[in-house]
Design a protein around this ligand. Structure first.
Ligand code: DMJ
Length: 625
């Protein structure tokens, strides 16, 4: 339609307003906009503005700022992690006092209040000045005074003939330790492991750039065997060259059992501060792994140099890995006064206690995001093993106060007895693996630790089951011995089967290797202490002889590729657990019971002794879970 212009007539706007009215309306509108905008700026944090305009997401409130400080992008721009939160600043990389100062000046500390227990723990760790945790006063003398036995036992009457044989055997094992150490020191000092054939070092990818795995793993064995000069060499390296400012991806489990475990036991044995301080600082670097929706840690932690770390990698966590932190983390709290470590493992315990378990069994894979089992594969060998071990040892380490761990252990063992324990046609008792109800009639070398574990737990079982568990432990240990005895080298394969004519033997070359593993001699040691049956020392000595014959090389000990070959090839690797575990358990097998008495110590899954906690310090709460 055509609108004609009439002189002197000011047309109304489409809404029928005249100019002054329009002006007034615009004025009002702009005032309103200014007011709203201003109000947004008055909100406590600019990230709230972002949230107002962004789609909802699962990120924990209050944590974005910390990521920004660390130079990270917001979570939506990251791949994983699913639920990021800041972790402790990498120890030694940031000056924590300076960081706290900067945060306070900028007012960030007030604005990033945590919103729940998990975040609270992270915040404490992130902002705690490391000096503070180092300055925590642990009463070392009090701890020593509560031990029931001298750490290295009491001297026995050396004139006894039988004792002198045992002493000679012990001396032989000590010589093997000295030989392993000296070759490592000569060819690979500071590297993670020795390669004895090529006479150089091996770094591997499990430790995120940390070095010296063999050194940390060896400290307590050197101390136990009174290899004093060697112990001093190892300690000097930890003091001067063990740097934590690394930035790779590490296995949470491996760093925990080898490094944290090794440092903790070195501290408890010697009282040397350097071990306590480094254990705590390294423990703080592991905390980012727990930043998942369930608090179940991922298997890999990223030590990002000079920044927060993020838990990354795979979609499920492994039972043996997240289930084998309890002992060390309680001691980190005990030695630092920082509750965060105990809180992390208490939460893992809670998730595992509450989750449904098929037939009472614990599958090996759990999603740290949903908290559900990922597959129904159950094993007392690899992937499951040390979870069960840490239940019974948590009970023992708590001076028998952690009844929750005790109950979980015996319930799990009942399910294992019912569904997994079998006897072969040839009369060998074994623990099979379970795949959704179907059994694999095999045992891994790793599962052979279970003889020792069941023996250790037998004493606190219900009266009517004690004898049964002692016998079960003995039978499983006998089966594991058979796996050694049936090979040409008298060393056992990585896995062995029971559903062919050749029982307790590997069925293919790919399972026929032996990499200096400790589990069989570990069980001999526990069974010896429980029964004093000389058969365990005899079997242990067979292993010593076989190691000497097949694994000793010119420059250290090496694993072998085929236990069924009378002249096996070497794998060119002296594993750090050979010094931490295999040689330690052998030495203890030929020692008196009061040397590292089981009344005073529990061994972590890398054979590092941690003391039974009889203190009544405030952080003991961690031990009562
Ligand atoms: C060690 O690192 C530990 O014993 C772990 O629990 C399992 N495997 C190795 C030794 O075989």
């Amino acid at each position: 339609m055509l609108v004609r212009k009439v002189p002197g007539f000011v047309p109304a706007s489409p809404w029928g307003l005249r100019l002054p009215q329009k002006f007034l309306f615009l004025l009002f509108l702009s005032g309103l906009v200014t007011l709203c905008f201003g109000a947004l700026f008055l909100l406590p944090h600019s990230s709230r503005l972002k949230r107002l305009f962004s789609a909802s997401r699962t990120q924990q409130p209050g944590l974005e700022v910390m990521a920004e400080i660390a130079g990270h992008h917001s979570v939506s721009e990251q791949e994983p992690p699913p639920n990021p939160a800041p972790a402790a600043p990498a120890p030694g990389e940031d000056d924590p006092d300076r960081l706290v100062g900067v945060l306070r000046r900028k007012g960030w500390l007030r604005r990033t209040r945590p919103t729940g227990p998990r975040e609270e723990g992270n915040r404490v760790a992130a902002l705690r000045p490391q000096e503070e945790s180092v300055r925590f006063n642990f009463d070392y003398n009090g701890f020593r005074s509560r031990l029931r036995h001298p750490v290295l036992g009491t001297r026995t009457d050396e004139s006894k003939e039988s004792q002198s044989l045992v002493r000679a055997q012990r001396e032989k094992i000590k010589e093997m330790m000295r030989f392993s150490w000296q070759n490592y020191r000569r060819y690979a000092m500071g590297k993670n492991e020795l390669r004895p054939l090529t006479k150089d070092g091996f770094e591997g990818s499990m430790f995120g750039g940390l070095g010296g795995a063999t050194i940390i793993d060896s400290l307590d064995t050197l101390y136990l065997m009174e290899l004093k000069e060697e112990f001093q060499e190892a300690k000097a390296w930890v003091q001067d060259s063990f740097h934590l400012n690394v930035s790779g991806e590490a296995s949470l489990f491996e760093v925990n059992i080898r490094y944290i475990g090794g440092l903790l036991s070195a501290f408890y044995l010697t009282g040397e501060e350097v071990f306590r301080v480094k254990a705590i600082k390294l423990g703080e670097k592991l905390l980012p792994a727990f930043n998942t929706p369930t608090g179940i840690p991922k298997g890999v932690v990223n030590f990002k140099s000079g920044s927060w770390g993020w838990a990354t990698a795979g979609s499920s966590s492994v039972l043996a890995e997240f289930g084998s932190l309890h002992l060390e983390f309680l001691h980190l709290t005990e030695l630092s006064g920082n509750p965060v470590f105990a809180e992390k493992v208490r939460n893992i315990r809670k998730v595992l206690r509450e989750i449904d378990k098929p037939f009472g069994l614990y599958p090996n894979f759990l999603s740290p995001v949903s908290g559900n089992w990922v597959q129904h594969h159950v094993s007392v060998g690899g992937l499951g093993d040390s979870f069960y071990e840490y239940l019974i040892k948590s009970w023992l380490m708590s001076a028998k106060t952690d009844t929750e761990a005790k109950n979980m252990y015996y319930e799990a063992l009942e399910a294992i007895e019912t569904y997994l324990v079998n006897v072969s046609p040839g009369g060998l008792t074994y623990i099979a693996e379970w795949r959704g109800g179907i059994l694999d009639h095999k045992m891994g070398h790793l599962a052979c630790f279970s003889g020792g574990m069941i023996a250790l737990g037998a004493e606190d079982a219900k009266e009517e089951k004690k004898a049964y568990y002692r016998e079960l432990a003995a039978q499983i240990t006998r089966t594991c011995h058979e796996s050694y005895a049936r090979s040409d080298t008298k060393l056992g394969p990585e896995a062995f089967w029971f559903n062919s004519g050749r029982e307790a033997m590997a069925t293919q070359l790919s399972e026929s290797y032996y990499i200096l593993r400790p589990e069989v001699v570990e069980s001999y040691m526990y069974l010896w202490r429980q029964t004093h049956d000389p058969i365990y020392r005899e079997w242990g000595w067979e292993v010593v002889m076989a190691l000497e014959k097949h694994c000793r090389t010119e420059a250290g000990f090496s694993g072998i590729q085929d236990v069924y070959s009378s002249n096996p090839n070497h794998d060119n690797r002296q594993q750090s657990f050979f010094l931490a575990e295999t040689l330690k358990y052998l030495y203890l097998l030929f020692s008196e019971d009061n040397v590292l008495s089981l009344e005073d110590w529990v061994f972590n899954t890398e054979a590092h002794p941690l003391p039974v906690n009889r203190s009544d310090s405030s952080s003991t709460a961690g031990h009562r879970h």
